[in-house]
Design a protein. Structure first.
Length: 407
């Protein structure tokens, strides 16, 4: 099977969509498929093109995958408008590769990764001329998020984007997405298409429970006696990270409790300034750790934080969840009732849920968890990861669905 994958994010980005797109592409190569990826130069989550990459066109082989990279505009200040320009720049620069691919051996399957939501435009043009199955895989309901999180407030522009998204989704053969809640939201758009569940996964053989001696406590200069509350991942607007600072201020008298934040993103400078302004000695801020240290990092925590704003409910399922549960971590999760995230925690009991954006509940949950026996939660988390989030199980199921449609 020949696969063409089109998405703005790709490996070696360490977190978010790029990580999963890279792992998916490499998995298919190992199964004997020919995989080509059209993507940008890596920039996420720092929102700065990685130093080892020049922001220009390049073609190379990366772990068996043919990777076609194109230049992209990366804004210094993230806003709704600057993100639109950022995504349009990718669509324009990547168009040169699409033209060239029209003259090569056709692909059996074209997978367009959203966001940005309009990646399927070129996918549809390609399959119209060269054939093949067109799939739009939605990691993030971008237009809904822009509206609900008030990233865009121009109602005319939002109406245009909603209609354009619906038009493009009607043109694909299959839609896939990462949670049941997102499936419901997609079906409510009245597009009359099959929607597959294709959840994010984790390498349960690599990300696993470790002893505290194998954690990063010593490397970070944290005493063994300290209780560690960890937030790791993208530092962006959807997470509502200001609540961590508010909680840290209220917990500052607890000498044996440290809040560890590992990540990069547009909100990082605000966190640095807040830590300095309020003189928060109980907050440790570190860069996003490389994948080789991810298992160690996750096992550094006694308590994990999975945070979302109320308005982000079921617009995206936090990608960090898979790694946390695979490491056997206990989580405090901000989630609204009846959302996918809330129901997962309640069903599999790998953590506790609290109201989003409620600092009092967060502080109370941290103080309560600090005195609890968390061993049952950790066992439940690991069991859930092994049974439901195994990388091979999920990708094998997706591959079999593709093969059935191609028969």
């Amino acid at each position: 099977m020949r696969l063409l994958v089109y998405g703005i994010n790709y490996f070696p980005e360490l977190t978010g969509i790029g990580k999963f797109t890279g792992e998916m592409s490499e998995w298919f190569v190992k199964k004997g498929c020919k995989v080509t990826v059209i993507t940008s130069n890596p920039y996420y989550p720092e929102w700065k093109v990685h130093k080892e990459y020049k922001n220009w066109f390049s073609i190379n082989k990366l772990n068996g995958v043919e990777v076609l990279r194109c230049p992209i505009y990366v804004p210094k200040k993230i806003s709704g408008f600057s993100r639109i320009i950022h995504e349009i720049s990718f669509i324009i620069s990547s168009s040169f590769y699409w033209i060239g691919l029209l003259f090569r051996k056709p692909f059996d399957v074209v997978i367009c990764i959203a966001p940005p939501f309009h990646t399927s435009f070129f996918g549809k043009l390609y399959t119209k001329f060269r054939g093949g199955l067109l799939i739009c895989h939605i990691q993030d309901l971008q237009v809904d998020a822009a509206k609900d999180l008030q990233i865009l407030n121009n109602q005319i522009l939002l109406r245009i984007l909603v209609n354009l998204e619906r038009f493009l989704l009607k043109k694909v053969d299959v839609i896939s997405t990462i949670s049941e809640g997102m499936i419901t939201k997609i079906k409510n758009k009245n597009i009359n298409k099959d929607v597959w569940l294709f959840p994010n996964w984790v390498d349960t053989e690599y990300i696993k429970p470790l002893t505290k001696e194998d954690s990063l406590k010593e490397e970070f200069g944290i005493s063994e006696e300290s209780t560690i509350v960890l937030y790791s991942g993208n530092l962006g607007e959807k997470q509502g990270l200001n609540i961590i600072i508010e909680a840290a201020r209220l917990l500052s008298s607890n000498e044996n409790l440290k809040i560890l934040i590992c990540g990069d993103g547009p909100y990082k400078k605000k966190l640095e300034q807040a830590i300095k302004t309020y003189k928060l000695d109980n907050v440790i801020l570190r860069n996003l750790q490389p994948y080789e240290k991810l298992s160690q990092l996750l096992n550094t925590a006694d308590i994990h934080l999975i945070l979302q704003k109320k308005a982000a409910s079921d617009l995206v399922l936090p990608s960090k969840l898979s790694g946390i549960v695979s490491a056997g971590g206990f989580s405090i999760v901000t989630a609204e009732p009846e959302t996918t995230l809330f129901e997962l925690v309640e069903k599999f009991k790998f953590g506790i849920t609290i109201e989003p954006e409620n600092v009092t509940e967060l502080v109370n949950a941290i103080e309560e968890a600090k005195t609890m026996d968390l061993s049952k939660f950790r066992i439940n988390a690991r069991n859930y990861a092994e049974k439901s989030l195994s990388k091979d199980v999920i990708l094998k199921s997706f591959s079999e669905q593709l093969e059935r449609l191609n028969e």
